[in-house]
Design a protein around this ligand. Structure first.
Ligand code: GLP
Length: 259
């Protein structure tokens, strides 16, 4: 795992946007794992402003609320359409979001796993992090080897996401269909983006704490190619900061991003 700390949220977003743009230029038919949430809105804004073609990209989103049809304004399918797909030349037939309104959720979950495999696996998986440590909707106690399945959301997550539902926690669905931690760990590269002081405590636990199913993001410590990109505020609970800054200042792979 590599931790990269940028001075503010805009710089953290810029760095992730540049890394993804580089990848798409190098590999135009990349299979991208995509995330939702407020943090990603700025990233998608930045990506869609770049001179970049998504024409051949294939995408798989991490998760979807159960019970919201795709055209519901609060569904993640709708979010993706609004924040990224409609702003780029991506072919929506190449975009995949778990089907949270399927009548048979187990079957929908199995089909999602098969579709990822049929695409050759995920090249780069983008992640945010929830305040309870979830990646996707892998809430505490999600098995590190879990696959796509339905999952009950925690009260913390429902409160955290209420702002996307007009501030009314009762409107936030209670369950979601999500890639498993095991599914996520199979991506060839992972980039987690977190900004703001509300993420400081959970970032410290995920990065420097023990690997535990109580904090799903801590499983990323097992991944051989995982970058965690944070702003100064989200980094404020990290003990090893001196070393992380030293890596960014000295590793050749980061030279082009140092100003
Ligand atoms: C939702 C998504 C997660 C994401 C999280 C972060 O819960 N299911 O995948 O990590 O939002 O949200 P935000 O960026 O709004 O803090």
């Amino acid at each position: 795992m590599e931790i990269i700390i940028r001075p503010d949220a805009a710089a953290a977003v810029d760095l992730v946007s540049s890394l993804l743009a580089q990848r798409i230029r190098r590999q135009p038919d990349a299979v991208l794992g995509l995330a939702t949430g407020r943090t990603m809105e700025k990233l998608y804004q930045s990506l869609s402003r770049q001179a970049l073609s998504f024409r051949q990209c294939r995408t798989f989103n991490l998760d979807e609320y159960i019970g919201l049809p795709a055209d519901d304004p609060q569904s993640y399918r709708h979010y993706m359409q609004e924040h990224l797909f409609s702003r780029t030349d991506i072919d929506t037939r190449n975009t995949h979001v778990p089907d949270g309104s399927a009548s048979d959720l187990k079957q929908a979950a199995t089909q999602y796993e098969h579709a990822i495999q049929a695409a050759g696996g995920i090249d780069v998986q983008l992640l945010g992090i929830g305040e309870a440590g979830h990646i996707g909707f892998n809430e505490p106690l999600s098995a590190i080897m879990s696959r796509t399945r339905d999952k009950c959301l925690t009260p913390t997550t429902r409160r955290q996401n209420a702002s996307m539902f007009g501030g009314d926690v009762e409107r936030v669905p209670r369950r979601a269909l999500t890639m498993g931690v095991g599914t996520i760990l199979e991506a060839r590269e992972i980039i987690l983006l977190a900004t703001g002081s509300a993420k400081a405590a959970i970032i410290a636990q995920a990065v420097e704490g023990p690997i535990t199913s109580m904090v799903s993001a801590s499983a990323l410590q097992l991944h051989p190619n995982c970058k965690v990109i944070v702003d100064d505020e989200a980094a404020s609970g990290l003990q090893g900061r001196e070393y992380y800054d030293f890596i960014f200042d000295n590793e050749p792979e980061w030279a082009e991003f140092r100003s």
